[in-house]
Design a protein around this ligand. Structure first.
Ligand SMILES: O=c1[nH]cnc2c1ncn2[C@@H]1O[C@H](COP(=O)(O)OP(=O)(O)O)[C@@H](O)[C@H]1O
Ligand SMILES: [Ca+2]
Length: 406
């Protein structure tokens, strides 16, 4: 078993920051360049006294669509969307703190799927935008994040926000993130057995807030919700021939439409002649997930925090409240998938992919990760008004590497 101890050292190389110890408020700016959108998180920290650790006070959050990867052939235009978001930070951060406020952008699966050349062109345009800003631009401030970091940093965020990383009696929770192009599962194994049966590259040790954690984490590239749509349609990683039509039993029978993803145009439609509905759809989706993911035994009995597209699709179908979130069981997704897929014409108006998305989520949870029907999922978007995103965990490491906190 290989463990990447202190993996974060390579993530944010050490740097010196001339932070004034007397200042009691400071900021950190973290961009999430996701496959479907770019988001800015501006975190405010307060240090009440020199002996105390800084506390997270609040967050300003804004997002734009589409994501950087949609600008694969117009990198300058892509960087322009980042600049617009960064202008918000100019307003949010007091001018005298600008040059002490670090700004970082980490891209995830959208850019991982582009050619290196196109990804680099985008990132270097973004770097230029940063260099021209009044903020502190650390070394390696713009780049593609490793998938394992994505899972770990989201786990840190959730467990920090729920108070599990401080004090005694830590009962950490596992996290499930379903992005557009990739999906992550992360948890702290409790049983020796789990460590034994897990491939070494699924395990990572790291230190945070004076504790050492050995986490199970993996990012599955191509298993995000939108990538899964293409896989189900049989269009993922295919050279798309002009006018080619991809059909699925998960789509409304009469549907014929176009869809742009990762800079490619796809034509898709319903099964005009054949079957439609949950059963045939589930079989289609099963081909995408079955046998493709590692199934840790231990998770069958535990509960998980789930966010991103798990949250969005649960909220879209009133399984949870859009603002409050809620608690679900895996079988609730299946029940809703059946309801939607077997009444496709009725749900047609919201999104033609609703049946496929819910069926994929069901199959991913059950057949992919191996969760039980009654596994409990805590659907959360925000905890104490802070977004549950890997960006907060990433900001902790950034500030730590700059000698500003923790
Ligand atoms: O800060 C956030 N708060 C809440 N949801 C977010 C945030 N950032 C991203 N999301 C969610 O992430 C999902 C899209 O995934 P993303 O675009 O990040 O793809 P990727 O992770 O595969 O690159 C959507 O469900 C979107 O609502
Ligand atoms: Ca994401």
């Amino acid at each position: 078993h290989s463990n990447r101890v202190m993996w974060f050292q390579e993530f944010f190389p050490p740097n010196v920051c001339p932070i004034n110890a007397k200042e009691n408020t400071f900021y950190g700016i973290m961009f999430d360049a996701g496959s479907t959108g770019t988001r800015i998180h501006i975190y405010t920290f307060v240090q009440k006294s020199p002996e105390d650790l800084p506390e997270l006070e609040g967050e300003i959050f804004e997002s734009v669509k589409p994501g950087l990867s949609a600008y694969a052939d117009q990198p300058e235009k892509g960087a322009e969307t980042v600049k617009k978001l960064l202008d918000m930070a100019i307003d949010a951060v007091p001018p005298h703190l600008w040059k002490k406020t670090p700004v970082v952008l980490k891209a995830t699966a959208g850019l991982r799927l582009l050619s290196e050349e196109k990804a680099e062109a985008l990132l270097s345009e973004v770097k230029e935008v940063f260099e021209e800003s009044p903020f502190l631009v650390p070394e390696d401030s713009v780049g593609i994040m490793d998938g394992s970091h994505e899972g770990i940093l989201a786990w840190i965020t959730v467990n920090f926000l729920t108070g599990q990383l401080s004090g005694q009696n830590q009962q950490t929770v596992g996290t499930l993130d379903l992005g557009g192009a990739s999906t992550q599962i992360t948890f702290l194994p409790r049983f020796e057995e789990t460590l034994k049966e897990t491939p070494g590259d699924f395990l990572t040790s790291f230190e945070m807030f004076n504790s050492t954690y050995k986490l199970y984490t993996h990012s599955y590239l191509g298993f995000g919700l939108k990538a899964a749509r293409l896989a189900t349609l049989g269009a993922l990683n295919k050279e798309v021939v002009d006018g080619q039509m991809f059909r699925s039993s998960c789509l409304p029978k009469q549907l014929e439409a176009e869809w742009h993803f990762g800079g490619v145009k796809y034509r898709y439609g319903g099964n005009r002649e054949g079957e439609t509905g949950f059963k045939p759809c589930y079989l289609e989706v099963l081909k995408v997930v079955k046998g493709k993911l590692h199934q840790p035994n231990e998770i069958r009995g535990s509960s998980f925090y789930a966010f991103s597209y798990y949250y969005d699709r649960a909220a879209d179908t009133n399984l949870i409240d859009y603002e409050q979130g809620g608690v679900l069981e895996v079988r609730d997704f299946e029940r809703k998938a059946k309801e939607v897929c077997d009444n496709m014409e009725r749900y047609n108006s919201a999104s033609p992919f609703l049946c496929m998305d819910l069926t994929y989520i069901t199959a991913l949870l059950k057949e992919g990760f191996g969760f039980k029907d009654n596994t409990v999922l805590q659907l959360t978007k925000k905890v104490n008004n802070i977004e549950t995103s890997w960006t907060l965990g990433a900001t902790f490491y950034l500030l730590q590497s700059l000698g500003m906190t923790y």
